[in-house]
Ligand binder design. Structure first.
Ligand SMILES: [Ca+2]
Ligand SMILES: [Ca+2]
Ligand SMILES: [Ca+2]
Ligand SMILES: [Ca+2]
Length: 265
């Protein structure tokens, strides 16, 4: 198991600040790479801007730390998971207090990947950064622009999620949003050869679906069908077909009436 960190095996407190490092690690199995500290960013500590690449079979990369609380701030990191199974956290696993995530770039290739633009859990009054998440040639990639869950007083950032070659599941903000939680303005980008992809938390008027790579020229040229995904007899979602053979499509859950304003064509 390869294990490395940029600044400290422990916690940052007070006004401690991480430096920006460039770290590449490999090894056979389970590479674990922290941009700044292995523990928590506490007090008013800040993470550095790191460039982190892991190429093992099984990679976990934390852009800043395992946890962030108080008034900690994450750095603006670049995370690249280049092995077969990748879990990438732009900032940390958990964010609480008044923690703020950095503006990170996450890229993963390989068999299967999970990308969190900020953290798995955004609790307290934490605020997610504006992140860019990109899937490569994964068979399956799940991307959360902010996290898996956002608490009642927490807030997500404005994220850009770029689907790759495999089956991608995209959440601009989170899987679970507590009542009162706020999401950001997210953009979902699809490319040629992307296969079947899924947007799970599209919000009309706030988010955009960018299919400009397919050169439709106008919204009227898109083939969109309303579908009943939970078989209750009511149309609840949409499927956007991106080619005549239906090899590339995007299923947009929870919206059966997409309009031209929802797209970048
Ligand atoms: Ca960092
Ligand atoms: Ca970060
Ligand atoms: Ca974010
Ligand atoms: Ca977001």
């Amino acid at each position: 198991m390869a294990f490395q960190y940029g600044d400290l095996d422990g916690n940052f407190t007070g006004r401690q600040a991480g430096r920006g490092q460039t770290i590449n690690i490999g090894g056979d199995l389970d590479a674990r790479l922290y941009g700044d500290v292995t523990g928590s960013l506490l007090g008013r500590s800040v993470g550095g801007n790191d460039h982190l690449t892991a190429g093992s079979r099984g990679n976990t990369i934390w852009g800043d730390a395992t946890a962030m609380a108080d008034h900690a701030r994450g750095g603006n990191d670049t995370l690249i998971g280049a092995g077969r199974f990748n879990t990438l956290y732009g900032d940390a696993v958990t964010m609480g207090g008044d923690a703020r995530g950095g503006h990170d770039r996450l890229l993963a290739s390989g068999t299967s990947s999970i990308l969190y633009g900020d953290a798995q859990t955004l609790a307290g009054r934490s605020v997610g950064g504006n992140d860019v998440l990109t899937a490569g040639d994964n068979l399956v990639c799940t991307m959360y622009g902010d996290g898996e869950s956002i608490g009642a007083q927490a807030r997500g950032g404005n994220d850009r999620l770029v689907a790759g070659l495999g089956t991608d599941h995209l959440y601009g903000d989170a899987l679970t949003m507590a009542a009162g939680a706020k999401g950001g303005k997210d953009t979902f980008v699809f490319k040629q050869g992307g296969g079947q992809d899924f947007i799970h938390d599209f919000r009309s008027g706030q988010d955009k679906i960018d299919v400009s790579a397919f050169r439709f020229g106008a919204f009227a040229n898109l083939d969109i069908q309303a579908v009943d995904t939970d078989a209750d007899g009511r149309l609840d979602s949409s499927v956007v077909y991106l080619d005549a053979a239906h090899a590339n499509s995007v299923t947009v859950y929870g919206d059966a009436s997409l309009t031209r304003w929802d797209f970048v064509v």
